[in-house]
Design a protein around this ligand. Structure first.
Ligand code: PEP
Ligand code: MN
Length: 338
């Protein structure tokens, strides 16, 4: 169940509703929005009696039953598509948003050249990892604070908003200070301590699907962030692990319309990790626009052959510019603004 309070309901009314819910044997999860408080009700009890009673309680606007295990992120909770504001843009609004940049921030020259290249080609945000989740502890782990500072410099030079990965709940305040959007990587999709701490980070979160996670698990992870106070979550499909080995990951694009059916949150596709091969990125980007995605996150490097991470799937700035032209053609055909 979800209880939506009237805008500007009083603290006494809110506390009274929470008390009533507990009397019915349920637990309460409330989200205090700018305009109104929404209360999530979880547990086992007499749903009908509780709903009827709450509907007649002062301060309550609407009480509704939600059958999915994820509540706040479900379409049942909110029928309209959510647009998430990031650095003055809207992800999930009318414009199809392309985020692009290197897998890792490696040097000042690398991030500046790449940022300028992607900005000139029409990217709206700059990606780049400062904290890198690597399979081997001996591989490049990212420039960390130095990388965050370089991202800030690239933002100052290009005006592009920044998206960068957060790996640990210990680093949330530090990363939030430098970035416009926090990226949760596939390997951390079920790092519940991290998800909880992102509830209070004050930044939108792009949540990548774990490589072995189901749609339901992805939505439950998004629910963690929202239930802990941050409604600004963008979902990201980045490919899953299958028996198929001609690609790095298998990119199941049917998830895009399926996520839109189940949830009001925007959906972005990452065809770079989704294929692992730069020559497949343009076609999968075109397919992503066609199937209704809200945006893309693409790896671009000024010199992919010498990239410290993910060179094989990175586009050059020129290839990215050509990709953007192809994406725009499809967007026009399906009536999307890029
Ligand atoms: C990345 O974006 O560079 C990254 C590590 O992605 P993922 O978490 O999807 O593997
Ligand atoms: Mn990468």
């Amino acid at each position: 169940m979800i209880i939506s309070m009237r805008p500007h309901a009083t603290r006494e009314e809110i506390d009274h509703v929470c008390e009533r819910i507990r009397e019915f044997g349920y637990k309460v999860h409330s989200i205090e929005g700018e305009e109104r408080v929404v209360i999530g009700v979880v547990g086992v009890g007499d749903v009908t009696a509780c709903l009827e009673s709450l509907e007649a309680t002062p301060g309550v606007e609407r009480a509704m039953r939600i059958s999915a295990p994820y509540k706040f992120v479900s379409r049942e909770f909110k029928k309209e598509h959510s647009a998430i504001r990031v650095n003055g843009l809207e992800v999930g609004g009318d414009e199809f948003i392309v985020m692009a940049g290197p897998c890792s921030v490696e040097s000042e020259r690398q991030i500046m050249e790449t940022a300028e290249g992607v900005a000139a080609a029409g990217a709206r945000m700059l990606r780049g990892g400062a904290f890198k989740p690597r399979t081997s502890p001996y591989d490049f782990q990212g420039l960390e604070l130095e990388g965050l500072k370089l991202l800030r410099k690239a933002k100052e030079a290009t005006g592009l908003g920044i998206i960068t990965e957060i790996m640990s709940d210990r680093d949330v305040d530090l990363v939030a200070e430098y970035t416009d959007c926090m990226q949760v990587g596939a390997r951390n999709m079920q790092n519940f301590a991290l998800l909880k701490s992102l509830g209070g980070c004050g930044r939108p979160v792009l949540l990548k699907r774990g490589m072995s996670s189901t749609i339901k698990e992805l939505l439950m992870s998004a629910e963690y962030i929202v239930a802990h106070g941050n409604p600004n979550v963008i979902l990201c499909e980045r490919g899953i692990r299958t028996f198929e080995d001609y690609v790095r990951n298998t990119l199941p694009l049917a998830i895009v319309p399926e996520l839109h059916r189940r949830s009001h949150l925007p959906v972005v596709v990452d065809p770079s990790h989704g294929t692992g091969k730069s020559n497949l990125v343009t076609d999968m980007s075109k397919a992503s626009v066609a199937c209704g995605a809200d945006g893309l996150i693409i790896e671009v490097h000024n010199d992919p052959a010498h990239a410290m991470t993910d060179g094989a799937q990175s586009l050059t700035p020129q290839q990215f510019a050509d990709m953007m032209k192809a994406v725009k053609r499809i967007a026009t055909a399906v009536d999307r603004e890029v």
